[in-house]
Design a protein. Structure first.
Length: 343
């Protein structure tokens, strides 16, 4: 039905949205404000009507009436990398779906002073709460005083103090990737580690170690990259020069490095998966188009963004927010092979 027929060609109001959705004015208000006491089905119906009729909440009026900001802030680092860029994209989408504004403040160095500057910058705009995604291993206890004046949520980060959080279980993901290779009779499994100082790099490395230890297998050769395909290529070249013949599979800390690793193996005449099996981490959009398509661990950044925003909204509405852990999912493709099937 055309907008003019639905609303009488007048400015669309919350009452119009309520009537067209078949719900009360209060329910529409709860949907706009991201309140948790609305069923998902009703929320989607109201949001669909708002989109159809072009209803846009008056954020300034809402803020004046409630005396509460309607803008959510995000602090993060290194958005040029896949993980941080996905956190930024998905957080912004989830925030805007709830009708809130969104502001982003990036940091350029891994220091508590720079992080405090970014938080202060957002607070100067009177944001209602802040999502903090810091993939680095930085002691954030110095921010605890700021959390008393503005709600924080740790997004795949460790603050070092009690706060609502949503994390992806990187250690478990790496254990699953390693277990996949062990179950296919690989006993000599190498590891291509991410750069030092990154929380994900540390946790994925620990997962590889723990799974090999649980299977009573010795650690295979270890090399380090910097998340880039080029570093994966160079790292595997070094590994081949020093340790070829000492491993039949390799777990790689991210898909970009795995791409470089594949190139290095192929240039050395080593076939994947016939001579070497390889598993990555992230499931970037291109992973299924590598040569061969890459087996990898998929991180659900959509769920990470949604749960993080949910935690913040709960906190804003006086609901005790908890801590959530998201398990990565193994995606099997063509870069791994059962060693028993080879013989």
């Amino acid at each position: 039905m055309p907008l003019s027929e639905e609303t009488g060609n007048k400015k669309v109001t919350m009452k119009n949205v309520a009537a067209l959705s078949g719900v009360s004015y209060q329910t529409v208000s709860r949907v706009i404000n991201g309140m948790p006491d609305v069923s998902e089905r009703t929320r989607k119906r109201v949001q669909k009507v708002m989109k159809r009729v072009g209803f846009r909440p008056n954020m300034t009026a809402r803020q004046l009436r409630s005396r509460r900001s309607t803008t959510v802030g995000l602090v993060t680092f290194a958005t040029g990398y896949y993980g941080p860029s996905q956190v930024l994209t998905n957080s912004e989408q989830c925030v805007k779906e709830l009708g809130f504004g969104f502001m982003f403040s990036g940091i350029v160095e891994e220091s508590i002073d720079e992080i405090r500057r970014a938080v202060d910058e957002l607070c100067a705009y009177q944001v209602c709460g802040i999502l903090i995604h810091l993939p680095l291993q930085v002691d954030l206890r110095g921010l605890q005083d700021l959390s008393r004046s503005v709600p924080f949520v740790a997004v795949d980060s460790d603050f070092g103090f009690r706060a609502p959080s949503v994390v992806i279980d990187n250690e478990l993901g790496s254990r699953i990737a390693t277990r996949h290779l062990i179950e296919r009779a690989h006993e000599k499994i190498a590891y291509l580690q991410g750069p030092p100082g990154w929380r994900a790099s540390k946790m994925r490395y620990l997962g590889w170690q723990k799974e090999l230890k649980a299977a009573r297998l010795e650690y295979g050769p270890l090399v380090q990259g910097d998340w880039s395909a080029g570093s994966g290529f160079e790292a595997v070249k070094k590994m081949l020069a020093k340790s070829w013949g000492k491993f039949t599979a390799v777990v790689v800390a991210n898909d970009q490095m795995a791409l470089g690793a594949i190139r290095a193996f192929q240039e050395s005449g080593i076939r994947i998966p016939e001579d070497i099996s390889i598993v990555g981490f992230d499931d970037i959009p291109e992973a299924g188009f590598f040569g061969p398509p890459l087996s990898t661990m998929k991180q659900d950044f959509g769920a990470l963004g949604k749960l993080s925003v949910q935690c913040l909204v709960e906190h804003l509405n006086g609901v005790q927010s908890g801590n959530y852990r998201i398990e990565p999912t193994f995606i099997e493709r063509k870069s791994t092979l059962d060693r028993i099937a080879q013989f």
